[in-house]
Design a protein around this ligand. Sequence first.
Ligand code: THU
Length: 138
Amino acid sequence: MTDDDLIAAARSAAAQSYSPYSQFPVGAALLFADGSVVTGTNIENASYGLALCAETVAVSKAMADGVRGGLVKVAVTGPDDRGGGDPITPCGRCRQVLNELAQLGGTDPEILCVGPNEVRRTTMSALLPDAFGPASLS
Ligand code: THU
């Protein structure tokens, strides 16, 4: 699974976005240590505040299937014609949700923030330093 493959998986997930209110389709693809990929896309609601982000949907799908770690890389894509050409980065809530899965497996996943002109590479720990996670409760 190359980075381009992971990004393509995120873009493909975004094609299923249910975002009639924002018209802002987002895709997320999670790569696990065993090579498996789980994708998600944003799902909005007529009650606007109930929107589910792509990353949260992807983590929910993985955890509902019993995955509890092994997260090594994440790709996030937004619409290429919005945001002034900058890549989108996971929102604050999604950082926390991604961190839960990462910390369960003791990994610090690379996060590929994909824009129309560049792929910005960062890490979970850079996006959410001093994170509150499962270890904080023990
Ligand atoms: N959105 C995501 O799916 N992920 C993020 O990290 C940021 C925002 C979605 C939520 C909403 O459906 C749309 O983008 C506009 O905010």
